[in-house]
Design a protein around this ligand. Sequence first.
Ligand SMILES: [Zn+2]
Length: 174
Amino acid sequence: MTSKTSRFSRRNILFGGAAGAVLAACTNSKGQAEEASAAQAAFADTEWRALTEEQWRERLSPDAFRVLRKEDTERAFTSPLNDEKRDGVFHCKGCDLPLFKSDWKYDSGTGWPSFWSYIEGNLATKPDHKLFIVRTEYHCARCLGHQGHVFDDGPAPTGKRYCNNGVALTFKPA
Ligand SMILES: [Zn+2]
């Protein structure tokens, strides 16, 4: 009886530990989701959200439409912005919201314009389950246009790599 009780309580402790870890993981992703939806909510009243798919199709090139509105990915090494090295700001091609400063751009060797930081409040993220691994998708917080995916293999000081489709950006030299 004594040994049975002790085995039971040990299992209970183990289960408690696992449940605690799951809870911590959920709390963490919930926190990120809240942050992302706060960025989107800040622009909730924008007229950009009211545009129909047809109106977007009229405003954008076919390539930009596929990326921004259908979450497509441009072929690597196809964007002229890969080689853009001037001072300036990269804006969302959908609604012109400034997203990245040229100071944060670096050559990641991936074939897509890459940045290690972004203009706070102007991007929002969500989990992307399209591949067998879960990636973090990010989009313009105002028009919700898809921009790219963010990874944890970027340079200091953030360690982040914002891997952006060039066709979803407009560069404005300083
Ligand atoms: Zn936008």
